[in-house]
Design a protein around this ligand. Structure first.
Ligand code: KG4
Ligand code: ZN
Length: 405
């Protein structure tokens, strides 16, 4: 076990007391190792007093699963020391969506500079890092490969533990990160709604690493629906932010259908997307001509309302039924202010949502998740591969519990 892992188990006080007892009991000379350890502890203690270092493990997180190249250093699983994200949005916007080949090449160009910035901003170098956490799925294979190879090389060269992190699990752990104005830490059992570009999952979380999937989308993910509808309406890419912005100008949003899938915790958004397509076609709106007409604004607002309505109603209903303590939101769509406000308004339970910047892809969430995995002694081997289709419940123990469902 590394010294860093030990650090979390015992407080510095215990160690100093141990050494004190040792010194009193034993008046012979210390071996070289013992005196080295003593000086290390004293040095750390004095730095702690000065507030320069704490005894919390620092994890370097790396995220390249899609179109953001990101690196971050997070201390104790909750405190961000640095969080650097290089977005490729402008590059992919030209094509109206992500081009996988372009994304992986861009990661290759950005990865090292982003890593260097993350370390510099954290005031850390590799001797201050306890482990390297990296997203190994789900995502685009070529993009994931860049991050995983980088993490493996660093872990090997610096003799550090390597931790493969599920991207969706990372999104959930953004909720553990300390932020100003945050009302408390997550408390188990909790219900998490993960809404991203590729996933819409309702997950019951009964402890660190214990997930039970209650529902998922049967077709398009919520973020995917935002992106496709934005394209239909000629609003550009990425769809979520542009639809949210356009909807602000609505006076009388069009009413669009909701797929409730009664009796199930699953979601479906492709019918809604088709309804938007048909409405746009009937109104003579085409991608090129749409621009900023009021009809587009009313459709965008109606679409957003429908998505938010279904996500909130189903999440609140499942939370009540499962008797959880809290609701957590995670993933890029959780940056949507209408969704955030509606969830808080309509839930009688506390709702935790990371700030928008931590909802979209970043490496701080990967580092935070890595910390909790490392604390449980869960590291990855050199045979860790990327898994573009990795699912949350496959990498973790699915456990039934006393939670009512
Ligand atoms: O989590 P994320 O950054 O990447 C994936 O893991 O997929 O999520 C990206 C998705 C995109 O579909 C984007 O349109 C959506 O999140 N998104 C939003 C907003 N910001 C990003 N959707 C709705 N409202 C937003 N403000
Ligand atoms: Zn994501």
């Amino acid at each position: 076990m590394s010294y860093e892992v030990l650090e979390t188990r015992y407080s510095i006080l215990t160690r100093l007391m141990g050494f004190l007892v040792f010194m009193i009991k034993d008046d012979t000379d210390y071996s070289r190792m013992e005196s080295k350890m003593l000086s290390w502890v004293c040095c750390r203690a004095s730095l702690m007093v000065k507030g320069i270092v704490t005894l919390e493990m620092r994890i370097l997180g790396i995220e390249t699963s899609c179109d953001e190249t990101a690196a971050a250093v997070v201390e104790g699983g909750t405190r961000i020391l640095s969080n650097i994200v290089a977005s490729q949005v402008e590059i992919h916007a030209r094509y109206g969506g992500i081009v996988p080949e372009v994304a992986s090449r861009q990661h290759l160009l950005s990865a090292i500079p982003i890593l260097q910035r993350a370390l510099a901003e954290a005031g850390a170098d590799f001797k201050d890092i306890a482990a390297i956490a990296v997203t190994n799925g789900p995502g685009l294979a070529g993009s994931l490969l860049v991050g995983v190879n980088l993490a493996k090389s660093l872990a090997l060269a610096c003799d550090l533990p390597l931790i493969g992190v599920n991207h969706l699990e990372g999104h959930i752990y953004a909720n553990w990160i300390e932020e100003e104005g945050k009302n408390g830490l997550p408390e188990f059992p909790l219900l998490c709604l993960i809404v991203s570009g590729g996933h819409t999952d309702l997950v019951l979380m009964e402890g660190h690493g214990h997930y039970r999937q209650l529902g998922r989308t049967r077709d398009d993910a919520a973020g995917e629906a935002f992106d496709k509808v934005a394209r239909i309406l000629g609003l550009g890419y990425p769809g979520g932010p542009v639809i949210e912005q356009a909807a602000k100008g609505a006076q009388s949003p069009y009413r669009l259908p909701r797929a409730w899938l009664k009796g199930s915790d699953d979601f479906s958004f492709s019918g809604l997307k088709t309804a938007v397509f048909q409405m746009a076609r009937d109104l003579g709106i085409t991608g090129e001509s749409a621009t900023s007409s009021q009809m587009v604004v009313e459709i965008a607002a109606g679409f957003q309302e429908a998505v938010v309505d279904v996500l909130v109603a189903k999440t609140v209903g499942a939370a009540r039924r499962c008797n959880v303590k809290q609701i957590l939101l995670a993933g890029g769509v959780a940056a949507n202010d209408e969704l955030r406000q509606a969830m808080i308004r309509r839930s009688s339970l506390p709702v935790l949502i990371p700030s928008p910047i931590l909802c979209t892809d970043n490496a701080a969430m990967i580092a935070a998740c890595g910390y909790f995995r490392l604390k449980k002694g869960k590291t990855s081997g050199w045979d860790m591969d990327v898994n573009p289709g990795l699912r949350l419940v496959e990498i973790t123990q699915v456990q039934s519990s006393g939670v009512q469902s």
